[in-house]
Design a protein around this ligand. Structure first.
Ligand code: NAD
Ligand code: FE2
Length: 866
């Protein structure tokens, strides 16, 4: 704690070999004790801790006397108080704490925390708090079932040894194993070094000056080292002056200020400076003049800047006598005025830690200056330790707390007694004040039992709950458009594309709307771009629309979803919303969860995308497609009227129908598939296998069109909850790169992806809810339920795949990219980029099998050649 180090070279007749053997003995005995300690249960530990505490408490005065006698400095009464803190306060803090077995449980996260001891702990003790630190570390060691070897400071070995002996005795009577506490009296550096590197020592717990901290940290094993302090205290003009003065006097006189968190330099705001000095003097402090300050500073530090042992913890009169002036015996603290100028302050010897009742005082013209002066003080061996601020103005406290780098920042409380915890605040009681990395420590904690445990996290598997959301109202079958009459809305806006408007569909919709101010925005094109969407957003604002009726294929519906999103939240940007993610629930993109100001009605004219019920919107960005996914995008109402799909030419019928089939087949094997989505997938596949060829061959077959329209929406409901997979990732990448219709791009990869997902993965997708690789069985199950045929599981699966392939052929889908006229060099050039785009596509996140990039390349090649 103090910067005092008093290691000496060994002055014994013992040879090096003999010393090593003796030290090995300590470590060996501690190792045996550690084994026995680990077998203790919580009840036994608590019984032992109580017995040790009582022994410490009963001997608090005797131990304090011994410490006084041996160290020749400090204040007896305060040493007694420190011993109380190290026993009574510590016990009060520890008594209900669990330190054995399961000490903590987070049921919500299904994690249990199990405490284990470290083993053999080597503790270095400071000269400044020799008995209290020995008591503290001994009790904490027992609480954590660690065997403790203490190496006290040379000038305090007897009192520390006595403290350990008393506690071992009392502990042993209550069940503490023999040698759980040992003290090595040898003060030499060689002894410390030997033990630092001893293989039987598991942990080093140092309390000491910078040298001891550095040596312990350099030992190359786990350690917790706490070092010196140099606490600044700031008295702001808003402070309660009389309280602050008494606090500082309590603290600065405590054990003659040998305790490391004690106030060292007090920075006082100009407007209260005189009042503070008067109050200090009234309460028994003595203001030094410049000569006295200089003389005392000269006596206090050696040439190397280290504090002289002769001044350590001495009374004001002794210090004055040493420096050649006189003070009153009753003077409690000597106030040493220090320069306001920061450079001069930095150069003053009294900017250092003063382990004696000498307090530096600085007159400060402003808050900035005061904080800078306090920072300067901490930078002189006080970083990480302790500081204090007296103020009632919270903004000043906040500024101070933000600027000052100390592990403890006490507000309106004395540092010496306050930092130890338990009297002025609720911090854990300690004699080991972590100084953070600034001071060579791994922690800024008030070190206590938790720092002396190995805590194991026993984390049980957690599979997040699943959901099935059907957020939109869906009207279906021929005549469903009639429902638009019920819509209301005073300023509806129809969003559509040119061809659909040209077919008279917008007018048809207008006929059902009651409002006479219906606007039509028909500038959407297939695979809508951001600029088309922005144009739509402007139009929405211009006409102040209150309901959007999106009539068209997926492109129109997706554009309308994005238009509403950017209209309601203009600050959003497409790039951030479409960032890649591993888990949708943890992704960076954050969609506004607000009540919509505009209702969105989706009226599909194709039977494919399911966009009318889905949370997805696919937008072109450059030559990429980005997918926005969030339930806030789902339309409020879906009107699935198959009469609108009658006009689809064969190719669009086929492409959109295959898109719907791909949705169902991907959702069926997704890692988010559930019995709920399975039911929807099954029915969608069932309807499509039967109705798509009929709708394809006879576009006017309303029954087939109805089945397809419903199938597409049903598949949409499935993938709205289970999402899609690899096939869509590939289709998005390739579709955007070569301008291929979405359904067509799906068709090219579908046979290959089915077989890929049905085979044994090279890499499984990490997914707690998907505990067995069931994709192959799921395909077979579809075939079986739909009566497709097959006698074994693999046979059934193959029959399903064959049926799919037959269907693709029947509706004239291409089997390769080459067939679409894409040239091989162009394809090969973009291959790697395509694979990377596909890998990062959000659709990939729910595929059952996580593909290697090389496997994606392979699939792309197969898709190219067929
Ligand atoms: N949001 C989702 O959940 C989701 C799901 C899958 C696909 N998509 C996206 O949807 C888009 C594809 O949508 P799509 O397949 O419906 O095609 P589309 O909307 O791009 O339309 C394709 C063409 O068909 C025309 N068309 C639409 N209906 C017609 C009809 N009844 N008669 C004649 N012509 C008609 C359109 O005018 C257009 O020229 C792609 O961007 C795709 O990525 C979105
Ligand atoms: Fe799709």
């Amino acid at each position: 704690m103090a910067i005092v180090t008093d290691d000496r070279t060994a002055e014994t007749t013992e040879t090096g070999g003999e010393l090593d053997t003796r030290l090995d003995g300590y470590v060996q005995r501690a190792g045996d004790a550690a084994v026995a300690l680990r077998a203790l249960d919580q009840e036994a530990v608590d019984r032992i801790v109580k017995a040790m505490t009582i022994a410490g408490l009963e001997n608090a005065i005797d131990l304090a006397e011994l410490a006084m006698e041996e160290t020749q400095f400090g204040v007896l009464e305060d040493k007694v108080i420190k011993n109380y803190i190290a026993t009574e306060f510590l016990y009060d803090y520890l008594k209900d704490k669990k330190s054995v077995g399961i000490i903590d449980e987070d049921r919500e996260r299904a994690i249990q925390y199990v405490a284990e001891p470290i083993g053999v702990v080597l503790a270095l003790l400071p000269i400044t708090n020799p008995t209290s630190t020995a008591l503290f570390k001994s009790i904490v060691a027992a609480k954590t079932r660690n065997a403790l070897i203490m190496r006290p400071s040379a000038r305090a070995a007897r009192c520390a040894g006595r403290a350990a002996e008393l506690l071992q005795e009392a502990g042993e009577a209550a069940g503490l194993p023999p040698n759980a506490l040992q003290v090595i009296p040898d003060p030499s550096l060689e002894v410390s070094q030997y033990l630092f590197h001893h293989p039987g020592v598991d942990f080093i717990w140092t309390t000491g000056g910078p040298k001891a901290v550095a040596a312990a940290n350099a030992a190359g094993k786990p350690c917790l080292s706490v070092g010196s302090g140099n606490a600044p205290v700031y008295l702001h003009r808003s402070a309660d002056v009389s309280m602050a003065v008494v606090d500082i006097l309590v603290s600065k006189t405590f054990d003659s200020s040998v305790i490391c968190p004690a106030e060292q330099t007090c920075v006082i705001d100009e407007p209260i400076y005189d009042a503070v000095i008067d109050e200090f003097q009234r309460m028994g402090a003595r203001l030094l003049n410049d000569d006295e300050t200089r003389a005392l500073a000269r006596k206090s530090f050696g040439d190397d800047g280290r504090i002289e042992f002769s001044v350590l913890g001495q009374s004001c009169s002794t210090l004055a006598a040493l420096a050649g002036f006189e003070v009153d015996d009753a003077d409690k603290v000597l106030l040493a005025p220090l320069p306001t100028d920061l450079d001069e302050l930095a150069a003053h010897p009294f900017i250092a830690e003063k382990l004696m009742p000498v307090l530096g005082i600085v007159r400060s013209p402003s808050v900035e200056h005061a904080i800078a002066a306090c920072e300067l003080v901490t930078e002189h061996d006080g970083l990480g330790h302790t500081s204090a601020v007296y103020a009632t103005d919270d903004s000043v406290i906040d500024r101070f707390a933000l600027a000052i780098r100390t592990g403890r920042i006490l507000v309106n409380a004395p540092t010496a007694v306050g930092a130890l915890g338990g009297i002025y605040n609720a911090m854990p009681p300690t004699f080991s004040l972590g100084c953070g990395t600034w001071g060579g420590s791994t922690t800024t904690d008030n070190v206590n039992y938790r720092n002396l445990l190995n805590i194991k996290a026993v984390s049980r598997r957690q599979a997040p709950s699943q959901w099935f959301r059907v957020p939109s109202d869906t009207y279906f079958n021929p005549g469903a458009l009639e429902n638009l009459r019920l819509l209301g809305g005073r300023r509806p806006m129809i969003v559509t594309d040119g061809p659909t408007e040209a077919r008279g569909v917008a007018d048809q919709v207008r006929g059902y709307l009651l409002s006479d101010s219906v606007h039509v925005f028909s500038a959407v094109e297939p695979e809508p771009t951001e600029s088309q969407i922005r144009a739509g957003v402007q139009e929405l604002g211009r006409v102040d629309a209150d309901v959007i009726i999106a009539v068209g294929g997926g492109s129109v519906m997706d554009a309308a979803k994005a238009m509403r999103l950017f209209h309601e939240s203009p600050e959003l940007n497409l790039h951030e919303l479409s960032l890649p993610f591993l888990d949708a629930r943890k992704r960076i993109a954050s969609f506004p969860q607000i009540e919509h100001s505009i209702r969105l009605v989706a009226v599909p004219t194709t039977a494919g995308t399911g966009s009318e019920v889905s949370p997805a919107a696919v937008v072109s960005a450059g030559n990429r497609k980005v997918t926005l996914v969030d339930y806030s995008l789902v339309p409020d109402i879906a009107v699935v009227d198959p009469t609108l799909t009658l006009s689809m030419p064969q190719e669009i019928t086929a492409d959109t129908g295959i898109d719907a089939l791909t949705h169902a087949l991907e959702a069926a094997v997704s890692i988010f598939a559930s019995p709920y989505t399975d039911a929807f997938c099954m029915q969608a596949v069932n309807l499509i296998l039967d109705a798509l060829p009929r709708a394809y061959h006879d576009g006017s077959d309303l029954k087939a069109r109805s089945a397809m329209a419903n199938a597409a929406t049903i598949a949409g409901l499935a993938f709205s909850n289970a999402f899609v997979g690899l096939n869509h990732a590939l289709a998005h990448a390739v579709g955007a790169r070569f301008g291929i219709a979405h359904g067509r791009a799906n068709a090219i990869f579908l046979p290959h992806v089915l077989r890929y997902n049905a085979s044994l993965p090279t890499k499984f997708m990490p997914a707690p809810g998907y505990s067995a690789y069931v994709a192959p069985q799921k395909y077979a199950q579809i075939a079986w339920i739909l009566g497709i045929g097959g006698s074994s599981e693999s046979d059934r699966r193959e029959q399903l795949f064959d049926r799919v392939q037959q269907l693709l052929a029947e509706v004239g889908e291409p089997t390769s990219l080459a067939q679409l006229g894409i040239a091989r060099p162009e394809f090969e050039d973009s291959l790697h980029a395509l694979a990377k785009t596909a890998f990062t596509d959000p659709s990939m996140r729910t595929n059952p099998r996580i593909p290697l990039i090389s496997e994606i390349i392979e699939l792309l090649r197969v898709g190219f050649a067929g």
